[in-house]
Design a protein around this ligand. Structure first.
Ligand SMILES: C[S@@+](CC[C@H](N)C(=O)[O-])C[C@H]1O[C@@H](n2cnc3c(N)ncnc32)[C@H](O)[C@@H]1O
Length: 288
């Protein structure tokens, strides 16, 4: 390992085309995320601090380390954590949560079956730091308040272990809580006692309903408890090739109960894919 001395602290860390291609090939093979040539500066930016922190003089030395025998076994997870885009919010694309509250849950109450004789299982399939999963839990917890005997749980999965670790703490910057409708914020989020922290935490009663696991959507088989009644797979298909998008949604369909629902991100489409789904609202699908 070449150590960077104080003198070359300010060296420009430039990623060569060849090293970018090697990294892109690894990331794509492992996660399905596409990294076309225009992403080179992004990859460079996201890995630069890591290259420095490990003490390498430049990207060339770092990549020699990464691509030596067993290098990826040690560094691969870090690269995935750095390259994945984890932007998220509570109640992001709020009409999805309204649909759950106003259409799906009332229907369950009428049927008195799912949620009452068996727990209602929701899956956040690219969960990032957990805001989506806790938003789902808040909507279900509200419903449970008015429907005795209703039971639910949320499974939150992601390929990045770093975000999952954060998600499990259920601690968020206080600014993120602004997107939570005020009555729910009051019931389900606690401000840090130390006001200088500007942090908020999801209450324990809700945390108990959400569990976390690593699931790579690129895996040929998903280790997900079945059947799932609602799957949120939002703002992740955009990173994949068309063929992979279809394979991912098909595998999610295998996990969904007939009559269950799939939610995609507002900029995502599965038009033209042959899948056992019927679109019932923009980016909302019923499993046939
Ligand atoms: C932009 S965030 C979306 C978070 C949330 N679903 C939302 O809409 O707010 C995309 C997430 O997908 C995850 N991801 C990317 N590739 C993945 C894969 N192959 N398997 C599982 N998760 C993946 C990333 O780690 C990241 O946390």
């Amino acid at each position: 390992m070449t150590k960077a001395g104080a003198a070359d602290e300010n060296l420009e860390f430039l990623l060569s085309q060849r090293d970018f291609e090697r990294l892109a090939h690894f990331v794509n093979g492992h996660t399905g995320i596409r990294l076309p040539p225009v992403k080179r500066a992004m990859v460079e930016g996201r890995l630069r601090r890591r290259v420095r922190a490990l003490g390498f003089a430049d990207f060339g030395a770092y990549c020699a380390y990464v691509f030596k025998e067993n290098g990826l076994a040690q560094e691969g997870e870090f690269i995935i954590d750095a390259i994945t885009t984890n932007k998220t919010d509570f109640f992001r694309e709020p009409d999805h949560f309204r649909f759950l509250e106003q259409m799906i849950l009332p229907q369950l109450a009428l049927e008195g079956r799912i949620g009452f004789t068996e727990p209602f299982l929701m899956w956040s399939a690219a969960a990032s730091i957990g805001a989506e999963a806790y938003s789902l839990a808040m909507v279900a917890a509200e419903f449970a308040q008015h429907h005795r005997g209703f039971r639910y749980s949320v499974l939150a999965t992601d390929v990045s272990t770093e975000v999952l670790t954060k998600a499990a703490t259920a601690i968020f910057p206080a600014s993120m809580a602004e997107a939570v409708p005020p009555p729910l914020r009051q019931r389900y989020m606690m401000r840090s006692r130390d006001r200088s922290q500007a942090e908020t935490r999801v209450v324990p009663e809700l945390r108990r309903q959400v569990c976390f696991a690593r699931q790579n959507l690129n895996d040929p088989v998903y280790a997900i408890p079945r059947p799932v009644h609602v799957a949120f797979c939002r703002n992740v298909l955009i990173y994949f090739e068309k063929q992979m998008q279809q394979a991912v949604v098909s595998r999610i369909c295998d996990c969904l109960a007939p009559g269950g629902y799939l939610f995609l991100g507002h900029s995502e489409t599965i038009a033209g894919f042959a899948l056992p789904l019927r679109q019932i609202a923009p980016t909302i699908f019923l499993r046939l």
